[in-house]
Design a protein around this ligand. Structure first.
Ligand code: C2E
Ligand code: CA
Ligand code: CA
Length: 760
């Protein structure tokens, strides 16, 4: 027996030592506590080995010391391990100090035992006819047992609480150690009362140490894992179907049961139903894997699914089974579509944004290389006025109406969108574009909102795509170019682009870039056309601008004035002309030539300068008599902003200038207006009258205007006089001044001077 137990203890010591070695090398956070406990178990086992292996009393006594002191260390290590393993901490230092204090006292009293024998003595007994040294316990030993049992019970308590508290799948790691501890506790108690010198419960301690090593460092809660995985898979939002190696469905999670409406775990028809529902025919072969997207049409709209089939194999690579996941992607897909919609659609009108419109057109043209398409540019004239008069809210409303008009009035073959502000763009097959339809549609276009109604002048510019390689934005530039040619027209709403337009735009750009130098080089200069009185005497002249272009020759104002009126450069020309007129007048003054010169004021001049100040300062600069400088302004220029224009004219009149109303009768012609304006001459143009094609009627009108101006004390001047008959007729009517080819065409200043000398 002695030999048998010695061998068991030696093996235990070896096993504990080996485990401790590995525990020291482990990186787990609990490993130091485990290593300490394993190390602590070695001395008491060794102590017992000494007690049973030797018949010498001294050695046995030493064994007892090692055993008891070792047990104190075991309790210390067990506490530490328990705290780490059960994840708890000391609550306050008092209890901790008490426990460690008691252990220290116990250790000290063992140190005093050789002198006082208050803990234990040994005495020889014979067991199975073999001598052993058993323990004679005194009060010191009882104290030791109280301390160690106290700690041991505390540890048991902690484990019991853990077992009760933890979820069932976790409690295994505590319950096994708890049972082991209860067993060794009972075993130890039995030893104490048995009076047997061999403490067999030491085997229990050793085994406990090995269990600790296993549970703390190597135990993987497989059941826990399985259970968790099963839970996760069952609750997964994806539907999941498991198939065995021959393709029979063996398991479906709750989402899958719901999806296929499976009753009573009847998995037999799962494959058929999946095929049918998601159109997977031809994909479901046993060893086929796939990843597909499917759309299922339902009562509450389309639903989107992502379906994936995979297989698993065993360790040897044989097919173990397959599984299919079905993920309902509808929410993501809808969010995605919504986002895409927002990114591609204009918030206000719901039409495509410019970028997306251009992209769609680009794609269409690329896909139909031989198609005959056109782009249409839609623009509302003077839209700013709507915002200014009615406010932005109504402006926004008007844009929506216009957007809807585009939506409803272009054929289905169109792609349309909002280019920016009040401009919209459309691309459609050229054969589907019917200009007549839009001419009538836009004739009386207006924005109505309850009582409010505002007419809107909308134009369409059309570019038939003859160069599909062009940038879409350039195509719309061309359509816009076409639109600009009718921008202010009320009777025409659709204009088509042609290549002349582009040439014209290029020409416009060219002369605009050349104007500055042309002015400096004197290429832009006045021609004078004489004004005569009823006796045929030259009394003055109108200064009309000419551009002697180095390449294009003599340019008439009709070719460049509209260009410069559009870009504002007209102001430069007019200032230059006024200067030239003053220069001539200053010279004539010196030469004693008493003639006036009329200069033209463009309606656009008012936007770019203070007209009155400018004219006054030039006249002052040249020392010219203002009454010799007449200013011509057209009726329509007045109409643009009557109040301010009248102020300007009053100002000029006050400073001695003579104001002439040019092209009277050509525009709005409000005779009424004449009485409020400081006008001293009205210029009637024969050309306009000729357009009536009715001589008697024209004569009557002329007659009336001449009479009326007489009554108002305004001088009448008729221009465009081409024949002798016209001249004598006008003289008979009482007209005072005349200008026209009958007398002379506009001519260079020197020629004009010679002309005057000849006439006189
Ligand atoms: P406007 O001010 O009405 O000038 C009269 C136009 O009628 C001139 O054309 C003149 O050459 C033309 N004319 C004169 N007599 C006759 C005639 O018997 N028969 C016909 N059929 N035409 C006649 P022009 O010089 O080509 O000027 C055209 C227009 O250009 C002018 O019309 C005026 O509005 C503008 N313009 C000319 N010079 C200037 C200028 O320096 N500044 C501004 N702002 N506009 C100018
Ligand atoms: Ca004129
Ligand atoms: Ca005129």
């Amino acid at each position: 027996m002695r030999v048998a137990f010695s061998l068991i203890f030696i093996s235990l010591i070896a096993a504990l030592g080996i485990c401790r070695f590995f525990a020291c090398r482990s990186h787990k956070s609990i490993a130091p506590a485990v290593a300490m406990l394993l190390g602590a178990l070695i001395p008491p086992v060794s102590g017992n080995l000494l007690i049973i292996a030797y018949t010498n009393q001294h050695v046995a006594t030493l064994g007892y010391y090692i055993y008891f002191l070792g047990m104190n260390y075991v309790m210390f290590a067990l506490l530490r391990f328990t705290f780490d393993y059960c994840l708890i901490k000391w609550r306050g230092n008092k209890l901790k100090n008490l426990v460690y204090g008691l252990m220290l006292i116990d250790t000290i009293q063992y140190a005093l035992n050789p002198f006082f024998k208050q803990a234990f003595e040994t005495k020889e007994i014979i067991v199975d006819s073999a001598p052993y040294f058993s323990l004679l316990a005194h009060w010191g030993q009882t104290f030791h047992r109280i301390v160690d049992y106290g700690i041991f019970f505390a540890v048991l308590l902690i484990f019991i609480v853990k077992v009760i508290d933890s979820p069932r799948i976790y409690s295994e790691r505590y319950s096994t150690l708890l049972i082991a501890m209860i067993v060794i506790g009972l075993w130890e108690t039995f030893y104490i009362f048995s009076n047997n010198p061999i403490d067999r419960s030491m085997i229990g301690f050793g085994v406990f140490g090995l269990l600790v090593y296993y549970f703390a460092l190597h135990y993987r809660p497989m059941r826990l894992l399985d259970r968790m995985l099963a839970n996760i898979v069952s609750d997964m939002s994806d539907a999941l179907f498991f198939f065995d190696a021959v393709g029979r469905c063996i398991w479906v999670n709750s989402r899958g049961i719901e999806l296929l409406d499976i009753e009573n775990e009847d998995f037999e028809h799962v494959t058929d139903r999946l095929c049918q529902r998601f159109d997977l025919n031809g994909l479901m072969n046993l060893d086929n894997t796939f990843h597909v997207k499917r759309t299922v049409h339902g009562d509450d709209g389309d639903r989107y699914y992502v379906i994936e089939k995979r297989s698993t194999s065993d360790d040897r690579g044989h097919l173990a089974g397959t599984y299919i996941t079905v993920r309902d992607n509808t929410e993501e897909q809808r969010a995605f579509e919504k986002e895409k919609f927002i990114a591609h659609h204009d918030e206000l009108t719901g039409l495509y944004t410019r970028e997306y419109l251009y992209k769609r057109i680009r794609d269409r043209l690329l896909a139909n290389q031989n198609g005959d398409y056109c782009v249409v540019f839609v623009d509302a004239n003077n839209f700013k006025v709507i915002n200014d008069i009615y406010g932005n809210e109504f402006g926004d409303y008007a844009l929506k109406v216009l957007g809807n008009w585009v939506r409803n009035n272009f054929p289905e073959s169109s792609i349309y969108g909002r280019i920016s502000g009040d401009m919209f763009g459309i691309c459609l097959p050229f054969k589907d574009f019917h200009p007549e339809k839009y001419e009538t549609e836009l004739e009386n276009f207006s924005i109505k909102d309850g009582k409010l109604e505002h007419p809107l002048l909308v134009h369409l510019g059309v570019y038939r795509i003859t160069e599909p390689g062009l940038d879409v934005s350039v195509m719309f530039d061309r359509a816009r170019m076409a639109l600009n040619t009718i921008k202010d027209e009320f009777s025409k709403h659709v204009a088509f682009y042609d290549d002349n337009m582009r040439d014209r735009v290029l020409w416009d750009q060219m002369i605009s870039s050349q104007l500055h130098e042309a002015l400096q080089r004197g290429e832009v200069r006045p021609y004078l056309q004489p004004v005569v009185d009823a006796n045929g005497v030259v009394v003055g002249a109108e200064a009309l601008v000419r551009w002697i272009h180095p390449i294009d020759g003599l340019l008439s104002p009709a070719s460049f004035i509209p260009v410069f009126e559009r870009n504002g450069m007209i102001a430069e020309i007019d200032k230059h002309m006024w200067r030239c007129a003053c220069e001539i007048l200053a010279r004539w003054k010196k030469e004693g030539r008493d003639l006036f010169i009329s200069v033209n004021i463009s309606p656009k001049d008012f936007y770019f300068m203070d007209v009155a100040e400018e004219i006054k300062s030039i006249v002052k600069e040249y020392g010219v008599d203002p009454s010799k400088m007449r200013v011509e302004i057209t009726e329509s220029a007045m109409m643009e902003d009557i109040e301010n224009r009248v102020k300007v004219l009053n100002d000029l009149e006050k400073h001695g200038f003579l104001v002439e109303m040019d092209d009277f009768g050509a525009g709005y012609s409000s005779l009424n207006m004449l009485k409020d304006m400081p006008v001293e001459v009205i210029k009637l143009d024969m050309v306009f009258l000729k357009e009536t094609n009715n001589d008697t009627k024209a004569k009557k009108i002329l007659n009336h205007i001449v009479k009326l101006s007489d009554d108002l004390g305004v001088t009448s001047l008729t221009e465009g006089v081409e024949t002798r008959d016209q001249y004598s007729m006008l003289v008979d009517m009482g007209c005072k001044l005349f200008q026209g080819y009958y007398f002379a065409k506009p001519m260079p200043v020197e020629e004009f001077e010679i002309f005057c000398e000849k006439r006189s």
